[in-house]
Write a protein that binds this ligand. Structure first.
Ligand code: 13P
Length: 387
């Protein structure tokens, strides 16, 4: 398949690349200490990775995450290929979606799938100027030697899978691992999560895919917000340590963090302003400004909460594009409206545009929750969520 062409490189990208080269030369030319320091590189794709990341993190835009394989189950539909295709067709043929959405995270089936009329889903996305992305991890399994924690599989064969996905039109990837606060987290689990993310990121970049780096700190637990901040700082410090050790180009990645909130079972709820304060504190302490975009997950918050929190974060002026990469918080009302019926498709597409627009406004800090539906206020927290 021909490669996806979205827009021409801007001079900013080129300038960013030049300074990267300068830094590489300085690092290689003047080794004062006896440490092996090589150039920062990402194979032959560096320029394109930087462009892809910038494009996906462009103003007013965010990511639609549809890499869960059984979203239909939440409205009682069977998890069949026909139902999965019908639902993805509804989402990916929504007219005007590209006004608010710059990237869509698919799972493997969708990347190779077509509409019932025979049009490839990647072509539907291309038409709306939406970057196709792909979930590349192979899921969570128990981590022996830890405190009942898990690790994320998928490094075996990852390079060849990424190369194939690139040929099919994917331009970014996602790898989600999780950290549990009630389980510790143990030093082993944090190190494993960070190292796995960094290896994945280096391999994805080497094959032309911008890696979305997602160490999800689960909402589970009754801890206060301060504890989440402490854990998030620890996790992101390790993630960036290993990303650097693996020579990952920071200008060519996107982050998908959890917002810093109290545990789901904590006695007090935090306001959007409080969540924004703690989350931005963590990000400012840990994330270099070279990273183009912070694309939050919603983690089980209601649609409205996720949008309000994003809006609060965009009241500050931030060094990165601060936006969304929601699955549940973009799709809950859509699914409830659709109910698997053809006659509801147009209404469900309208519901998707309503949420996408609300989050686009929140990306600019211009959202108001006035007039939100009851459905949009319904929380979706679920223990052991797997995507
Ligand atoms: P939500 O937490 O927004 O449902 O997304 C999880 C995820 O990682 C989907 O890509």
């Amino acid at each position: 398949m021909a490669s996806v062409k979205l827009s021409a490189p801007s001079s900013q990208w080129i300038a960013g690349e030049r300074s990267l080269d300068r830094r590489s030369r300085i690092l290689t030319a003047a080794p004062r200490r006896r440490v092996a320091v090589g150039p920062i590189r990402a194979g032959s794709y560096t320029d394109e990775l930087v462009q892809t990341a910038k494009f996906t993190a462009s103003s007013r835009h965010g990511i639609l995450a549809i890499d869960e394989q059984d979203a239909e189950a939440s409205i009682g539909l069977d998890n069949t290929e026909a139902n999965r295709q019908a639902y993805r067709q509804l989402l990916l043929t929504t007219p005007g979606l590209g006004e608010y959405i710059s990237g869509a995270i698919l799972f493997e089936e969708t990347l190779y799938q077509s509409t019932t009329g025979g049009k490839k889903f990647v072509d539907c996305l291309r038409q709306e100027k939406i970057m196709p992305g792909i979930k590349v991890d192979k899921g969570l399994v128990p981590l022996p030697g830890s405190n009942n924690e898990s690790w994320c599989q998928g490094l075996d064969g990852l390079a060849s899978r990424c190369a194939e996905y690139y040929k099919q039109g994917a331009r970014f990837a996602k790898w989600r691992t999780v950290v549990s606060i009630p389980c510790g987290p143990s030093a082993l689990a944090v190190k494993e999560a960070a190292w796995g993310l960094a290896r994945y990121a280096a391999i994805a970049q080497d094959n032309g895919l911008v890696p979305i780096v997602e160490p999800e700190i689960l909402l589970d637990g009754d801890h206060p917000i301060e504890r989440t901040l402490e854990v998030a700082e620890k996790v992101w410090a390790e993630v960036f340590y290993y990303l650097a050790e693996n020579n990952v180009v920071f200008e060519g990645i996107l982050l998908k963090p959890s917002m810093v909130t109290p545990g789901a079972e904590h006695k007090e709820k935090a306001s959007p302003e409080m969540i924004a304060k703690y989350t931005l504190k963590m990000l400012n302490r840990r994330v270099p400004p070279a990273v183009p975009g912070i694309m939050f997950l919603s983690g089980g918050q209601s649609e409205m909460e996720a949008t309000r929190n994003l809006n609060a974060m965009n009241q500050a002026s931030n060094p990165w594009h601060v936006s969304f990469s929601y699955a549940r918080a973009l799709q809950n009302t859509v699914l409830k409206t659709w109910q698997g019926r053809l006659e509801n498709v147009v209404a469900a597409q309208k519901a998707l545009l309503v949420r996408a627009k609300a989050n686009s406004l929140a990306q600019l800090g211009h959202y108001s929750a006035k007039g939100e539906s009851e459905e949009a206020k319904t929380g979706m927290f679920q223990k052991g969520y797997t995507y």
